[in-house]
Structure formats: structure tokens, C-alpha cells
Design a protein around this ligand. Sequence first.
Ligand SMILES: Nc1ncnc2c1ncn2[C@@H]1O[C@H](COP(=O)(O)OP(=O)(O)OP(=O)(O)O)[C@@H](O)[C@H]1O
Ligand SMILES: [Mg+2]
Length: 371
Amino acid sequence: MTLDSLSLISFKNIAEASLSFSPKVNCLLGDNGMGKSNLLDAIYTLSFTKSFTMVNDSMLVRRGDEFMTLRGEYTRNSTPEVVTLGLKPGRRKSLRRGGKEYSRLTEHIGLFPAVCVMPSDIDLLRGPGEERRRWMDMVISQSDSRYLEALVRYAAALEQRNRMLRDGVVDHNLYDAVEAAMEPAARYIHATRKAWTQRLTELFSRNYAAIAGDTGEEPALGFAGGLDRSPDGSLATLLDGARRHDEIVRHTSVGPHRDDIEMTLGGMPIRRTGSQGQCKSFTVALRMAQYEFLAEATGLKPLLLLDDIFDKLDAGRVERIMTMVTESNRFGQIFITDTNRTHLDDIMSRTGGDYRLWTVDRGVFTPSHIS
Ligand SMILES: Nc1ncnc2c1ncn2[C@@H]1O[C@H](COP(=O)(O)OP(=O)(O)OP(=O)(O)O)[C@@H](O)[C@H]1O
Ligand SMILES: [Mg+2]
């Protein structure tokens, strides 16, 4: 899949811009705060209907302007596609594919897959389990709609059980009914996450080794699933054991909503002991694994958005990542930002003819080399 062109009106610090992209490598060069990440965010927002910065939608509209519009022209499975997103604070977000408005925004997610490597990925390592669950759920649900349904059903029943605990309900028959509704969803979520973590681990380990080189560093991912602690693998047994405790603390303390992924390097938790460069390598390898997983699962090569990917990495790792991203056929279309020409020039010289570069200055994009 490729994004052939993008038009933006009043998106963050970009008043108006129209860019035609290379199907291979697109470089954005500029000083801090000029709008490089904003452009990647616009591409991301068209794929996910939400910004990667997690800011409120109204913050996407350029200060002082009333509304913003994004329009992307894609080639997907050899077919041209147009996606537009319009946003006016206080109004419903408008998202159209081929001129037709979506009734539900979630229907769009996964159709135009993108993977972004960004500085805030460090939160995947250092943040709370919620970050890793959100990530896992986002990736899996792009290729498995049944999983998304299970998440929704589980969350609704969990909310009901928590409300009962808060209200001090004591009738156990009521709990049994709600817990029975949680069981099948919990089992599906658990089994899917477990299998996914296994597959991701294989992809991740290969990518980490390719980035870190021959350092003997041993990275590992482990799924820490709540249901694994249940003697018979059922949520019912787990909840049963926790009910007294849950009644006291007034919320549900066990279940898939507490699952986590343990991330270690050389047997130590990376979040505590990893160096800056090791953490960065770890997150880049996680994103590359995510890319490969999505490409396998959807049959489409996602857009690859690389924001400040070389930051904190030593020369050897930078070199190996450049080799990875310019290897032919591995990735599809790439968008990459840097504040410095050196890496970008190096990447372009390895890519052959098919690249473009823009310099970015206060939200204005100037094509600087079009091959
Ligand atoms: N809604 C908005 N209206 C106007 N300007 C905005 C809005 N949202 C963000 N900005 C501006 O966009 C700029 C940040 O742009 P961006 O994050 O793309 O920079 P960058 O080129 O990636 O820089 P760096 O190299 O530091 O990562 C900031 O100056 C910020 O004030
Ligand atoms: Mg940036």
C-alpha cells in the first residue's frame, strides 16, 4: 500500500500543504519544532482517526483556525483510494472513504495500516501495563475483528462487576451471572494475546539482533496473563478466589485487564536496567516486529513512519538500521524525519532513484530534491 499524495489544511502548525510522495523513501528535514513530526502525525491520523500524540482532537486544529482537513490519496491492492478526515471542534469527526461517510470510525482502523517508530515509544517499556495492553490490543484488533468484539464485551461486563462492587452488592447469584458473561471473552482474549506474544517474540528477537549486532545481548518478551494463574485456566475460578478481596477493595483485581508483557534484556527488566540506546533499540525492534506481523496478517505492507529513529543510537546501530530500511522489498513506503542531512543523504544514496526530500520550516514544506 502507498500514500501517493497528501493535502493538509490547518493541521497543527501546517496552514496548507500538498505533497506528492515517492512510493519508496520520503525524507523530512528540518530544525526542532518545524513540523516534521506533525506531518507524520497527519499520515497516522488518516490511518487511525486519532493522533499519535494522544492529544485532544481539538489540539489538531491550527491555533486560531476553525477546522482542519486531511486528504490522502492511496493505492491499496492496486486500487486508487481517497480518504478524507475533517474536524471542527464541537462537531462530530467526519471520515470518508471514497466520498462515503463511515457510520463507525472503528470500521476504518486496519484498512490503511501504518506503523510509527517515535520517541514516545519508550513508554511501551517504561510505562504502566496499560500502555502495553493498549498496544497489543491495537495491533491484534487490526487483523482480528473477533478480538475487538471480545474486548468490548469483556470491558462492558467488567464495568458492571466493578459497579456492583462499588455499590456493595452482596448477592452472589448476581456476581455469577456477570462473571459468566465475562468468561468466554476473557478466554478468547487470553488465548489470542498469548499466541500473539509468541509470534511477536520470534519477529522481535530477529529484529533486535539485526539492530544490536553481535553484542550477546539477549532480549525476551514474556506474556504475563492473568488466566495463567487460574488453577483450571478459567476466569470463574480466578474471580471466585478474589471475590472477598475485591469486595474490600471495591474493584476487580484479577483478569485479562491486568495482563502484561514482560520485557527483559539479559534476564533483567529492560525498563529498569536498559541503557538509553538499548531501550531505543528495543522499541525499534518491537515496531519492526509489529510491522512484520501486520504485513503477514493483512497481506498489505503498512506505511512505515520513522520519527527521530536514530536518536541515541551508536554508529553501528545507525548503520544496521539504515541497511534494514533500505533493503529492497522488506518494507513498502517509508517516511523518515531528521534534523540533520547526514543520515538522510546516506539513506537516499542507498535507495537508488526512488526518493524525495522536503525541508520543513515553520509548517512549510519545500521539495529540495526530487529524483
Ligand atoms: N494546534 C496547533 N496550532 C499551531 N501550532 C501547533 C499546533 N500543534 C502543534 N503546533 C506546533 O508544532 C510545532 C511542533 O512541530 P513538530 O512536533 O512537528 O516539530 P518537529 O519538526 O518534529 O521538531 P523536533 O525536531 O523537535 O521533533 C510546535 O512549534 C508546536 O507549537
Ligand atoms: Mg519531531
